[in-house]
Design a protein around this ligand. Structure first.
Ligand code: SF4
Length: 359
């Protein structure tokens, strides 16, 4: 492989790729010493082909701003730890678990909510630990869905993915395997025929593509998405609302329309988590609500994901978009439309249910 086709895994590599100045400041060196760096060849090309300080670059290139921490920031911002019954499993919601097989990714996103846990030196599950995780799933009949999450599950070999899915297929109560991944967007060459066949080897597989900016959807990325869709894999997306990357209805609207046109349904828009050193990416919830309202005004419902926040401590996701119900009294509701106009609505079914029996 030519040097230009390797991932950049250090500040020196990023300098060689022409994406950092000649001088590395001590602050930047401290950031790279604390949080992992990796930018794949496809992302390097997307950065070079666009604005070097734009929405793609900002997601992947380390910044001295990452040294600034706020008191509310946490090592484990969404509370995986307290909900982990065995290594690699997070059981937060009744009918589904996260199964984290590995702790490495193709890229290391500068806003990552698991940035204290993922990185090239971090060890995933060995075979005994995987067996213990599968035993937990076998023993909990309420588990219907197994969600593979970061580290990036689609960086595993097709052989390993197939082996785990075949084990899940032998568990009668498991109906769905969901993969949360950056791979189609950052390493589209990994979406091979072998991977597609592996994804069909177990319970119904969904792929949830993590993508945050329309410029990430290069021709190679769209081709990888098409391979997944043509193979019959249902595709959803998740995005993180990030200041300086996508915090406008215009950018997100372009992203979500492009995703829908490429057969990916936008599923989640995450409010940025309280990961350490990520305050420069966080918007206020009020700004997020404005943006989501702006999206609703001019975009098909197909293009509108749920705007959610993961509660610190691990209590789970809550929708945080502004409510459409402004008030309710005795079966009458005050509702707002997408332009903000208010409308009264009488809930006739509720009124009938309350009517006293005249028989
Ligand atoms: S791919 Fe996911 S888990 Fe990996 S660094 Fe990015 S956000 Fe974190």
């Amino acid at each position: 492989m030519a040097a230009a086709e390797k991932s950049a895994r250090s500040l020196g590599d990023l300098q060689a790729a022409g994406l950092l100045g000649a001088e590395v400041t001590p602050d930047l060196a401290a950031v790279a010493g604390r949080y992992a760096v990796s930018v794949t060849p496809g992302v390097l090309r997307a950065i070079r082909g666009g604005d070097p300080e734009g929405g793609v670059a900002r997601q992947y290139l380390p910044s001295s701003e990452e040294l600034q921490e706020f008191p509310a920031e946490l090592d484990d911002p969404i509370g995986d730890g307290p909900h982990s019954p065995v290594k690699g499993v997070v059981h937060r919601y009744d009918d589904r678990v996260l199964l984290n097989l590995l702790k490495t990714c193709a890229v290391y996103c500068r806003f990552c909510f698991r940035r204290e846990m993922v990185g090239p030196g971090a060890r995933g599950l060995d075979s005994a630990e995987l067996e213990a995780a599968l035993d937990y799933i076998r023993g909990e009949e309420r588990i219907w869905e197994v969600i593979f999450s970061g580290g990036d599950p689609l960086t595993l070999s097709a052989r390993r993915i197939r082996a785990v899915l075949e084990e899940l297929a032998r568990i009668p109560h498991v109906g769905v395997a969901r993969f949360h991944t950056r791979v189609p967007a950052v390493a589209p060459e990994l979406v091979t025929e072998e991977l597609l066949a592996a994804l069909r080897a177990g319970p119904t597989a969904f792929v949830v593509l993590h993508v945050n900016h329309p410029d990430e959807l290069t021709a190679e990325v769209r081709a990888a998405i098409a391979r997944l869709a043509d193979a019959g894999i249902p595709l959803l997306s998740q995005s993180v609302l990030l200041k300086g990357v996508n915090n406008s209805a215009e950018v997100l609207g372009r992203l979500f329309r492009a995703l829908v046109q490429n057969r990916v349904k936008p599923y989640y828009l995450h409010h940025a988590d309280l990961a350490r050193g990520t305050g420069h990416f966080r918007t206020s919830i009020a700004e997020g609500q404005e943006i989501v309202d702006g999206l609703r005004q001019g975009h098909s419902g197909l293009c509108i994901p749920a705007y959610v926040l993961d509660l610190p401590g691990g209590a789970g996701k809550v929708p945080v978009a502004r409510s459409w119900i402004l008030g309710e009294a005795e079966g009458s509701y005050l509702l707002r439309d997408r332009h903000g106009a208010e409308h009264a609505y009488r809930d006739h079914a509720a009124a009938q249910q309350k009517r006293p029996d005249r028989g």
